[in-house]
Write a protein that binds this ligand. Sequence first.
Ligand SMILES: CC(=O)SCCNC(=O)CCNC(=O)[C@H](O)C(C)(C)COP(=O)(O)OP(=O)(O)OC[C@H]1O[C@@H](n2cnc3c(N)ncnc32)[C@H](O)[C@@H]1OP(=O)(O)O
Ligand SMILES: CC(C)C(=O)C(=O)O
Ligand SMILES: [Mg+2]
Length: 513
Amino acid sequence: MRKIYVFDTTLRDGEQSPGVNLNTREKVEIAYQLEKLGIDRMEAGFPAASPGDLASVNAVARAVKNVTVIGLSRSRETDIDAVKEALQGAQDPCIHIFLATSPIHRQHKLRMDKAQVLETAQSAIRYAKKYFPKLEFSLEDAGRTEYDFMAEMVGMAIREGANVVNIPDTVGYLNPSEYGAIFKYLKENVPDIERVQLSAHCHNDLGMATANTLAAIQNGADQIEGTINGIGERAGNTAIEEVALALETRAEFFGAKTSLTLSEISRTSRLVSKLTGMVVPGNKAIVGANAFAHESGIHQDGMLKEKTTYEIMTPETIGLKESKLVLGKHSGRHAFRDKLSDLGYDLSEEELNTAFSRFKDLADKKKEVSDEDILALIEEKLIDTPEVFRLQTIYVTYGNKAVPTAKVIIDGPEAEPIVAEAEGNGSVDAIYNAIDKATGEEVTLGDYSIKSVSRGKDAQGEVHVVLSQGEVAAQGRGLSTDILEASARAYIDALNKLLEKRKTYTKRDHASI
Ligand SMILES: CC(=O)SCCNC(=O)CCNC(=O)[C@H](O)C(C)(C)COP(=O)(O)OP(=O)(O)OC[C@H]1O[C@@H](n2cnc3c(N)ncnc32)[C@H](O)[C@@H]1OP(=O)(O)O
Ligand SMILES: CC(C)C(=O)C(=O)O
Ligand SMILES: [Mg+2]
């Protein structure tokens, strides 16, 4: 298996993400985690950018021990001197010098012709080589550079003693076959090309950074450059975790591997997201919150029978504990039964069917049904009281300057549903008056409380009420994503229990609820 070297530039190109600014302490914290992840080379910053960046690069250089630490530099002696200062104390220092080579950059940005570009880069490499045994040279915007000029620049870098030559697709312009072809061309056309490692550095402007990097590997690249979570300038850089997992998962296809400790990927991703403030989208490959989560019934059934039906990698590989079966409106009975069993419930087929249909009703109203939701739903159902009255529908009219009114439709002991309307001091009072009218029962509301059983705006509300009638009292519970409906359900639940108790009431039961 061919080893692919990993050059991490989270602390340099990653920090170039608009809005991201890491201080020294944060850079060192990320650097330690990258070391644990097992990257080979770490670009810690651009020391000429500011005294703060120079100090951060120096702190990282002194902190990590098992990684080559790199500082970026333009093709200028002052920048090279800044890197020299910043990398003092590094166990294994390396300088990274770059100069743009494409016609667009030569003409408009650098205002140099080919000969000047060649000469500027050559003298910078020569100067830096006096201080740095390890040197990487990058042809910025190589992706839009003429093949023959690229070959000339790479040949010069080899002769001047560069150890790694990087071929960036700086603006994320190329497609995989074009990018791969550059590596093939250089391998076949540059004398002594085997004396350097060739490196791939891609940007994600067209969403092709990972594909382009893999194409470079297939065409002989020895090193890949990228960032954790794919952060970076504009649409970002190649996400290192994506390349590493592609190589791991399709080892038979690529025949190449990184030496990353893959189980550190999830932790590293979380740390980088936390310290940079760049949130990882849920659907992001490998490290997104949904990358190992399954919501639909057919997928969940497959997962429960055999995980490889819907997972090509295991969550454990990247350091996660397990995949998630998220219960929602697309879930099926298999996943629901499995969740109940995890929560300690073993229901009969009939109980399961009833609970499942209540779960589907709830899932229609909520984005995600949590464990707390399911527990509340099941526990409410398991207290088996005959339902004399059953809420069918409620309508409430409320305005802060109007008297609240409620209309309820309730299934009762007779075949026809009962319809009743009433006013009240508030919406809940109006509902309770309407229920009293519909049921014809005179009860006293002793207690009313409400709490949320899950999180978020669409959380379920759970209402508790205590009703009494003479000396008999009963409590009821109602659950819904709407607190008025939960209030009505709780009242009717308590009423049904009260009626059941009344049947068997003796003096001995006095005041029990
Ligand atoms: C593809 C990449 O990601 S490259 C890295 C990009 N990262 C950064 O730019 C972050 C750090 N940069 C900075 O802090 C600043 O740009 C500095 C300190 C480096 C330079 O700042 P300033 O001196 O004010 O110059 P400014 O950034 O406005 O312009 C860049 C200058 O460098 C020149 N330049 C650009 N690339 C190179 C290079 N590789 N080698 C030599 N000169 C270069 C430009 O032509 C321009 O020169 P000019 O002033 O003669 O026109
Ligand atoms: C400095 C170089 C390597 C770079 O980041 C790019 O070209 O994208
Ligand atoms: Mg870049």
